[in-house]
Design a protein. Structure first.
Length: 230
């Protein structure tokens, strides 16, 4: 999952590092204009802002972000008392206090993202394949599939799209967000590696479909594994 956040204070720099350590891909905006630009042009699963924005009203920014990203989870992280009702009314999905643990923040962000995609359970099934969004793990039946971080992010992104086509450009933005981007053909390499790992684990069908010159999609729409059956 990719999180866009405002990196204008050392507190948010610490949050950014903690989210990376938790397995998120993080895009850091250095000012309000970058924040709005990245929200408009990038692939973001959620947005996290510090209300102490220099020369900007956080409520105005929230309304602008909500106008750009109608369904994307947007949260506020604050170290001081704020008008929580006003923040929620302006478009925030939640307000995190400074005493929240990084584990809880990560869990909340993950739950917001999967519910925005239409899933209530963190475990998704595609045929015999199971993707655990909370544990960031993939199994084929009972066998774990060892994926690199980028390979996992790719298959998670396709799963959250619920079988819809995702273009190479969208994948590049999700994986790299303009930072040290390799040639876009690297996506074909990742897909080949994922397919090879699934086949080696005993997959009897190709779970990833290729649309020539367009992109990729999962060959079946993911379904949820209910908690009592996971």
């Amino acid at each position: 999952m990719r999180i866009l956040l405002t990196d204008m204070t050392w507190h948010m720099a610490i949050v950014a590092k903690s989210l990376r350590d938790a397995g998120f891909f993080v895009t850091e905006a250095g000012d309000v204009s970058e924040l709005l630009e990245f929200a408009q042009t990038g692939e973001q699963d959620a947005i996290l802002i510090d209300p102490d924005l220099p020369q900007a009203d956080a409520r105005v920014i929230l309304r602008q972000l909500r106008g750009l990203k109608g369904k994307t989870p947007i949260c506020v992280y604050t170290r001081r008392d704020v008008d929580r009702i006003a923040m929620l009314a302006a478009g925030a999905d939640d307000v995190f206090d400074a005493d929240i643990t990084m584990q809880e923040m990560s869990a909340r962000l993950q739950s917001f993202v999967r519910r925005a995609a239409g899933f209530g359970s963190p475990v998704l099934r595609i045929g015999d394949l199971q993707i655990d969004l909370a544990a960031q793990s993939v199994h084929l039946g009972d066998m774990p599939i060892r994926l690199t971080r980028l390979e996992y992010e790719l298959i998670e992104t396709m799963a959250l799209r619920r079988g819809a086509l995702i273009t190479r450009d969208e994948i590049m933005l999700q994986l790299y967000a303009w930072q040290d981007e390799p040639d876009a053909k690297i996506i074909d390499v990742y897909i080949c590696r994922i397919r090879a790992k699934l086949a080696a684990a005993g997959a009897t069908e190709d779970l990833i479909s290729t649309s020539f010159s367009q992109g990729y999609r999962l060959s079946a729409r993911p379904s949820e594994v209910l908690p009592n059956a996971a």
